[in-house]
Write a protein of this length. Structure first.
Lengths: 208, 378
């Protein structure tokens, strides 16, 4: 595994990450090995975040660098992608276009070994349902930064239930104004205050 | 009592809080954008832009409702225009998305960041100034300030008369909104690019921020001197916080703006109202350097009041901090208890009752009433 790539990812050295990925590809290193190195670098990012050496701004940067690098390899979240811990589906609820929190969570989940299906922002209920049917995740995440979209989360969760898809599925919510009262109101299973909590909750639920 | 007399009492009450003196009672600052729905439940947020005069009228009626009439803050009327919001979004070089147009009928407006500034533009700002680059960036996002329709002065005059009849405070946000340079530059570059710039070329970023600080503060002081006097100016902060950036980045790139702005405003007898979203707990000690009663701190609910009280409680007035989600999904009992908890914690000096960030558009009337009653001790 390329120590140079791991360190560059951990240090958020974008130029070095990109050039090293290109070098490794040209040397015929398998994409999965390169992804593994990027993920190891991201683990260090996560550790530095926990130790308060890094902050949310660094997580945002790491998410973008990781995605940029993995795009050179065809992406890590495509259909049929493999993962250690199963699939995590996430999007920002409809009528809300905030993406920063969602991007942080999806990248941190991806770098922690989950196959992530990122539905984007302003996601309608039908799209969540379609993704749950297609990918059969054990955990999904709904991001929301607007109190006016709380009813949309509630409707979405009720529709998932009506479609008979709630069994064994945990629904996590997160975002600035979201708290325990919101969780109770919309009928979600848990509020995640940050990306790391999403990782920990999901791993615990999946028995990892 | 006449409306004018009521306004004088409310102004005195608010000024006492801002000056860290004991008011006759804790001021109640609970103005919100969605109160019109309490009068016409069929009205939607898109109506704010489709028929703004009708929405203004409903909002004024809402302020006359029993209990609601006790709040001190003035109604949010006369600002619901696409042009006004487009100008606000342009502060961040962003586009506005409106309900009934890009968004569903009853969605809140959203800002869509465009990030038109390139890495090379740092040199343009250093050579030609921030105002020069701003004009260029506006062109790139298709925003032309000169093309904005002028306000309807006749209507605004009538509206202000109606507002005056409510007897609310006449103290408002002031004639300028000097956004921190860090926030503006971050919008110009787009957030991720900006954070990368800070790592890759810190000196250049600092140089541009210094230019922006000088230009923004000079322009703000000039605007305030020309405009009607208001005792404070509102300064928004959304892209920082001690969970968002390191103390090192804050010290070097963000705080210098506040260090220049606060004394510049103090010189013209204006206080600085910090409206700071996300958790600022770790950065609050920096605010202790400002003179007593010269600033106001208005958090969203993510900076805990306990921390604010401990670090800034004897330095500046604090406004807040009911969680906004509670007004939308909580019960009146939840809201009443939270308001009482805040009053017990903060006391009656240097504190104004408010909601973290602002009252959400889907706040329930009974929840707003519960907060008012708790503050009135009823």
């Amino acid at each position: 595994m390329s120590k140079k790539l791991i360190d560059a990812m951990a240090d958020l050295d974008e130029d070095l990450v990109i050039s090293e990925v290109k070098t490794l590809v040209s040397q015929g290193v398998p994409a999965l090995d390169i992804i593994a190195a990027l993920q190891e670098g991201m683990s260090t990012v996560g550790k530095r975040f926990e130790e308060k050496e890094y902050f949310l701004s660094e997580l945002i940067m790491s998410a973008e660098i990781f995605n940029e690098a993995s795009q050179l390899l065809g992406g890590v979240g495509g259909e049929g992608a493999t993962s250690k811990y199963g699939t995590f589906v996430m999007g920002t609820i409809y009528d809300d276009i905030h993406d920063i929190g969602k991007n942080i969570v999806t990248t941190v989940m991806s770098s922690n070994g989950f196959h992530v299906v990122d539905l984007g922002v302003d996601v309608p209920t039908a799209k969540y349902i379609e993704a749950i049917k297609q990918y059969q995740p054990k955990v999904i995440g709904i991001s929301c930064l607007l109190t006016t979209a709380f009813d949309n989360i509630k409707e979405c969760i009720q529709s998932i239930e009506k479609a008979g898809l709630r069994k064994d599925l945990k629904i996590l919510i997160g975002g600035g104004p979201v708290d325990e009262a919101t969780c109770k109101y919309v009928g979600a299973d848990h509020v995640c205050k940050n990306a790391q909590e999403t990782v920990e909750y999901s791993k615990k639920y999946m028995g990892v | 009592m006449t409306p004018q007399e009521m306004t004088e009492i409310r102004n005195k009450r608010i000024m006492a809080a801002l000056n860290m003196e004991k008011p006759d009672r804790i001021p109640i600052n609970l103005s919100g954008q969605g109160y019109f729905k309490w009068i016409d439940p069929k009205a939607v947020l898109a109506d704010m832009f489709r028929k703004p005069k009708y929405i203004d009228d409903l909002t004024l009626q809402a302020y006359k409702l029993p209990i609601i009439e006790e709040m001190d803050s003035a109604p949010m009327v006369g600002f619901s225009s696409e042009a006004g919001l487009a100008a606000f979004a342009a502060c961040y070089f962003a586009k506005i998305k409106l309900p009934g147009r890009e968004l569903p009928e009853d969605a809140i407006w959203n800002i869509d960041e465009l990030g038109p500034m390139t890495e090379e533009d740092y040199d343009v700002a250093i050579d030609k100034g921030w105002a020069y680059l701003t004009a260029e960036l506006y062109k790139r996002i298709g925003f032309d300030p000169a093309s904005l329709p002028p306000p309807d002065m006749e209507y605004m005059g009538e509206l202000m008369k109606k507002v005056a009849e409510l007897g609310k405070t006449s103290i408002g946000m002031g004639s300028a909104m000097p956004m921190p340079s860090f926030e503006v530059l971050s919008g110009a570059r787009k957030m991720t690019n900006f954070f990368k710039d800070i790592r890759r070329m810190p000196d250049k970023v600092k140089a541009v921020l210094e230019i922006m600080n000088e230009e923004t503060i000079a322009q703000t002081v000039e605007t305030v001197k020309k405009g009607p006097y208001n005792p404070y100016l509102f300064v928004g902060g959304t892209r920082a916080g001690s969970d968002f950036i390191s103390a090192k980045v804050y010290e070097q790139f963000y705080h210098p703006y506040y260090q220049k702005l606060v004394p510049a405003l103090q010189d013209i007898n204006v206080k600085t109202w910090f409206h700071n979203d996300s958790d600022w707990s770790g950065f609050l000690p920096y605010f202790t350097e400002f003179p007593k009663a010269q600033c106001i701190f208005d958090p969203d609910h993510l900076t805990p009041m306990e921390t604010l009280k401990k670090v800034l409680g004897d330095k500046m007035c604090i406004e807040g901090n009911i969680p906004p989600g509670l007004l939308a999904v909580g019960t009146p009992d939840d809201c009443y208890k939270e308001a009482r908890r805040l009053i017990d914690l903060m006391g009656d000096t240097g504190f104004m009752m408010g909601v973290g960030c602002g009252v959400p558009a889907n706040a329930k009337r009974e929840n707003v009433e519960a907060i008012i009653l708790a503050t009135l001790g009823k």
